[in-house]
Write a protein that binds this ligand. Structure first.
Ligand code: SF4
Length: 327
């Protein structure tokens, strides 16, 4: 039975059925008695370099936003040195890590295992400095943007603010649909004194200039986010805006979305369709339980591999698929 839904869960199911199983259905735990489930739990914690850079950036921005309330005059870039040191320390610990997929201690402290170190991927001697430079570029552009739009004033004047809110539990930004918790993984939201609800998502990529499909992924994400204040707090749609802020280009690009009643109905129908597909796959979970063996239900062997090879290149679970394909 599916109890939660999110855009990222939907994306993983679209990318690869097996990956969806490993990520969401397998009852994986680091201290499981079952070796395969221990291994899945370990692999779930791997972060690839782009994800790691994104996490560092998001942590820095969250710290900056919290500090705005302390009335410091700092800009995001002023916090960068601490995060650069953190990147160096984490890289070193990941590179020298002896952790193995069956380790029962991984994830209980502050360990980081980068996907590229685990899979002995394509890293050069400049990879760390490139990663640091990449994050610094995003932070520099973000600093210019917050000054240009006087962002700290908006935050200080807001009547309620959510900064990188927890995505688990009843306090998570979410609403209920047919008994399922729909989670909106927003980076920042605030309610202005005039009653406007603003939601922000920081994108470390560039805004795609490809001709938009009828309803693209960014619009879907923005629409789901906007349904949170509408369905949870009863805010009317015309008072809600979602802003996607792209930092991957030379200049920061902010795209603002609003939804109307037609879009609301359409978005809910897309979520319901996605949930219905997930309900089908939850039978796999019931069927495989701890043993990953055959029985009357679907098994892991019934699940499709990714339709395109590129999806596998950064997949943390590829060691499991490679092993299966070698049999
Ligand atoms: S390695 Fe490829 S086929 Fe296997 S789970 Fe990952 S994305 Fe799917």
């Amino acid at each position: 039975m599916v109890s939660t839904w999110s855009i990222s869960r939907d994306q993983i199911l679209h990318t690869c059925e097996r990956r969806y199983y490993f990520h969401y259905l397998a009852p994986a735990r680091i201290n499981s008695r079952n070796k395969t489930l221990r291994e899945i739990a370990f692999l779930k914690k791997l972060k690839n370099v782009p994800m790691w850079k994104g996490d560092i950036f998001h942590s820095l921005v969250a710290e900056y936003l919290h500090r705005v309330y302390q009335k410091t005059q700092l800009l995001p870039i002023d916090l960068f040195d601490t995060y650069e040191q953190k990147m160096q320390d984490q890289w070193k610990s990941s590179m020298n890590s002896e952790l193995q997929p069956n380790s029962k201690v991984f994830g209980q402290g502050n360990e980081l295992m980068l996907f590229e170190h685990f899979y002995k991927g394509n890293l050069s001697e400049n990879s760390l400095s490139d990663a640091i430079r990449g994050v610094k570029n995003w932070v520099s552009r973000f600093s210019v943007w917050v000054e240009d739009v006087a962002f700290h004033k908006e935050i200080l004047q807001a009547s309620q603010t959510w900064i990188e809110p927890q995505i688990y539990g009843t306090e998570a930004p979410s609403f209920e649909l047919d008994g399922i918790q729909i989670i909106a993984k927003v980076d920042l939201a605030f309610l202005t004194q005039e009653g406007q609800f603003n939601i922000f998502d920081w994108k470390t990529s560039i805004h795609s200039t490809q001709p938009a499909r009828q309803f693209n992924q960014a619009e879907f994400q923005a629409a789901v986010y906007q349904l949170w204040p509408h369905l949870k707090f009863g805010k009317s749609l015309d008072t809600i805006r979602a802003h996607l802020v792209y930092l991957g280009g030379e200049m920061v690009e902010q795209r603002t979305f609003k939804i109307d009643e037609n879009m609301r109905v359409y978005t809910l129908s897309l979520i319901r369709r996605s949930i219905s597909r997930m309900q089908h796959f939850s039978k796999v979970h019931d069927g495989v339980q701890l043993t990953l063996n055959h029985n009357t239900y679907l098994t892991l062997d019934d699940l499709d591999f990714a339709a395109y090879e590129k999806a596998c290149s950064y997949c943390p679970f590829k060691i499991l698929c490679q092993r299966r394909l070698e049999i």
